[in-house]
Write a protein that binds this ligand. Structure first.
Ligand SMILES: [Zn+2]
Length: 214
């Protein structure tokens, strides 16, 4: 059964119970939800894109006016963000720290690209990946098994040097390494190339490490 990827978002994600958040781990990894019952296990397709949003602290004010309005203790802030750490965060590929718009932003308006322009670029990149994966069971980089991606790099495996060093040092899980490689391949697709280079791997690592600040 083929199911289109759906996007789901959890605003104020640390406010969800740890049990609910941890339940997301399995479908995020396998793309299916497995329910175990006395009569056996039922499997449901559950491939989706998850967007987790979190404030930098429980009161949400530590990013405003240099944090002067924040009333949270250091302990409360750490505990709040810790709810998103560990195994769940290991499955989050892109981590972006977003600050509120400055006065200049509000006065001058957004100078960035329009959603339409970005959507067109994403469509081209996904088409490139789909073409590359013709004849395989997969259509997007997100579905690809890590070892398959690794083999596909062929002689270019040296680009993974920084990733391998991080894995060796314990700074990145093997699962995380595979996820970095998938993102690197997507960065290359967005740039119109079929193989990721060292710069794409560096970009993927940077996107993964810009997480919530404790
Ligand atoms: Zn606060």
């Amino acid at each position: 059964m083929l199911v289109e990827c759906q996007s789901r978002s959890l605003d104020e994600a640390p406010e969800f119970s740890p049990r609910v958040l941890q339940t997301l781990r399995q479908p995020l990894e396998s793309g299916e939800l497995v329910l175990h019952r006395s009569g056996g296990a039922a499997r449901y397709p559950a491939r989706f894109q998850l967007v987790l949003a979190a404030n930098p602290c429980p009161c949400g004010m530590s990013d405003t006016r240099a944090g002067q309005d924040c009333t949270c203790t250091v302990t409360a802030r750490r505990r709040y963000l810790a709810r998103l750490s560990g195994p769940l965060l290991d499955r989050v590929d892109l981590r972006v720290h977003v600050t509120g718009p400055s006065r200049a932003d509000r006065l001058l308006g957004g100078a960035g690209e329009s959603t339409r322009v970005v959507a067109d670029r994403v469509a081209v990149a996904r088409g490139r990946a789909r073409e590359r994966l013709r004849g395989t069971p997969w259509r997007t980089n997100a579905e690809l098994p890590g070892p398959w991606l690794h083999d596909r790099l062929g002689k270019e495996r040296a680009v993974l040097g920084p990733v391998e060093r991080l894995v060796d040092d314990g700074g990145l899980s093997l699962r995380g390494a595979h996820r970095v490689l998938r993102v690197a391949w997507t960065v290359a697709d967005l740039d119109g190339r079929d193989l990721p280079g060292r710069a794409d791997v560096d970009t993927a690592l940077a996107l993964r490490s810009a997480g919530p600040r404790g």
